[in-house]
Design a protein around this ligand. Structure first.
Ligand SMILES: [Zn+2]
Length: 354
């Protein structure tokens, strides 16, 4: 049973990155998988003995109001996410998206689009995995979540995608006027996507390329807090797009102010799939495949992912306790939030920490 879970979750998360699948898959196939490595670009310049501070607010500091958006649910066994998990520890987790509104200009950003309901629009490889291994449920997608709060997707100016995995890219088509921002290193996943590569997990048409900006590394020209490479998006210190290497090519996060007086939120995407990784209680899981010696990990580059996780974890240890760190699949936060009325969901707002 444990082996089945491992196979299921390997297919669901890790393999789209690393493996051109042929069906049917058998466990023996996994022995031949080559895990690609994105060279750790920045891990050398991280000194984790040095606790960095975040900049204080300026006079009349701009900030972002941040609202969570329902965007579908998936089941996630902890065996694939954290060390020392048991096979029967499986959580139904949200695939969270967020609406961020600039306090002074009213400009709107949506961060991640979660899951799409019409799974036939995904690349055949992803469809196969969903059909065979991973049913997804989308009671409410991002477009519907925005509409319930009185906003049409067509009114959103900017969509930032943490990365291009299917549980984050959702359905971009209702965002007819948005510019899509994606990390530069993710570009080949689209340009070499399906049908050019018949077994790719992204399609060449998954985003409107005429309205997609692949953010070059040169934009990430400042450091902030523990992060060496950040992009001050509005130029006013309200929102930083953070280079977040490790999970998938071009993975990015958002660090944004949530009040005029010094509160922050860190939207960590898939930097970690479990809060216990950020607190240091657990290590990133590696799953060994049936006697092959081959180890699989949800992150394309485990070492870089661990370095970034430590950086994110620093935000949670600040004496001021002024940063709310939220990962895309944080089921504990989600369940608590739902039990207490869901006020963090649009048109509600996630309360500022300070
Ligand atoms: Zn994910």
């Amino acid at each position: 049973m444990a082996l089945l879970h491992v196979l299921y979750w390997t297919l669901r998360y890790a393999l789209p990155n690393v493996f051109a699948a042929s069906t049917p898959l058998v466990v023996e196939d996994l022995a031949h998988i080559h895990i690609h490595d994105h060279a750790p670009k920045y891990s050398h310049d991280y000194d984790h003995t040095n606790i960095h501070d975040l900049p204080p607010p300026a006079f009349n500091q701009a900030y972002m109001s941040v609202s969570a958006l329902e965007a579908g649910l998936v089941d996630l066994p902890s065996l694939l996410t954290v060390s020392d998990a048991t096979p029967n520890e499986i959580h139904t987790v949200p695939s969270l998206a967020f609406l961020l509104t600039h306090s002074q200009s009213g400009k709107r950003i949506v961060f991640d689009l979660g899951l799409r309901r019409d799974t036939e629009a995904y690349a055949p490889y992803v469809q196969m995995m969903i059909d065979k291994w991973m049913p997804v449920t989308v009671p409410q997608n991002v477009e519907e979540s925005l509409r319930m709060g009185g906003l049409e997707a067509s009114e959103v100016e900017t969509v930032v995608l943490s990365h291009l995995h299917f549980d984050h890219i959702g359905d971009p088509s209702p965002f007819t006027n948005a510019t899509f921002l994606v990390g530069a290193d993710a570009k080949p996943q689209i340009t070499n996507g399906y049908p050019i590569n018949p077994t790719a997990s992204e399609t060449t048409t998954c985003l409107p390329l005429s309205r997609t900006n692949f953010l070059p590394h040169s934009l990430f020209d400042i450091s902030i807090g523990p992060f060496p490479h950040a992009y001050d998006f509005f130029g006013d210190g309200s929102l930083y797009i953070i280079d977040a290497p490790g999970h998938n090519a071009g993975h990015i996060n958002i660090l944004t102010r949530t009040s005029e007086t010094g509160g922050w939120i860190y939207l960590a995407g898939d930097s970690a799939h479990d809060v216990r990784l950020l607190t240091g209680e657990r290590e990133v899981a590696e799953v060994e495949q049936g006697g092959s010696g081959q180890k699989l990990c949800l992150h394309g580059d485990k070492k870089s992912a661990e370095t970034h996780i430590r950086r994110v974890g620093e935000l949670m240890k600040r004496k001021r306790n002024d940063v709310h760190v939220l990962i895309a699949h944080d089921w504990e936060w989600y369940e608590k939030e739902k039990k207490t009325g869901g006020k963090a969901f649009w048109p509600g707002v996630i309360p500022a920490m300070a």
